[in-house]
Design a protein around this ligand. Structure first.
Ligand code: FES
Length: 152
């Protein structure tokens, strides 16, 4: 209920802005860590869209989460520049270290592992972001160091 009250405030702040849907969804995810399914009806109503339209946008953009993430969020870039520098192997390594598959939150709620598509560090790939902090040129050894206290 607290989450929905927060959503109502965000909706009220955005509803009269043209093209409000994406900024509004970003604001909800910033505030709550995800965009809960039960927020969709009020967002749709406020922007005069159908629920299906709002839902379609949320599911189209990988960036939006529909479920609350774990206490820590680890993102490994899978876009082109990072792929060329071992991004996929790094993601697989993160799965092993954390004991958590990509797109999943570990059962104890400690960590969510997400593939992402470009962190803006292409010139220093491969890139990883842990919570809000980006890391460039991440080797497997560096990843182990970075993840040492994640998921404990
Ligand atoms: Fe990985 Fe841009 S491709 S940061």
């Amino acid at each position: 209920a607290q989450d929905l009250a927060r959503v109502a405030e965000i909706v009220a702040a955005h509803r009269d802005t043209p093209g409000a849907l994406l900024p509004l969804l970003h604001a909800v995810q910033d505030a709550l860590g995800h965009v809960p399914d039960d927020a969709v009806p009020s967002i749709a109503r406020a922007l005069n869209l159908s629920r299906a339209e709002v839902h379609g946008v949320i599911t189209y953009y990988h960036f939006f989460r529909r479920e609350a993430p774990g206490r820590r969020v680890v993102q490994v870039c899978r876009a082109e520049a990072c792929q060329a520098c071992g991004g996929e192997a790094l993601l697989a390594h993160a799965e092993r270290i954390l004991g958590c598959q990509r797109h999943e939150t570990r059962a104890d709620g400690a960590v969510t592992l997400e593939p992402v598509y470009c962190l803006g560090l292409c010139a220093s790939s491969p890139a990883v972001q842990i919570d809000d902090r980006p890391h460039a040129r991440v080797t497997p050894e560096r990843l182990e160091q970075l993840l040492a206290d994640v998921g404990r």
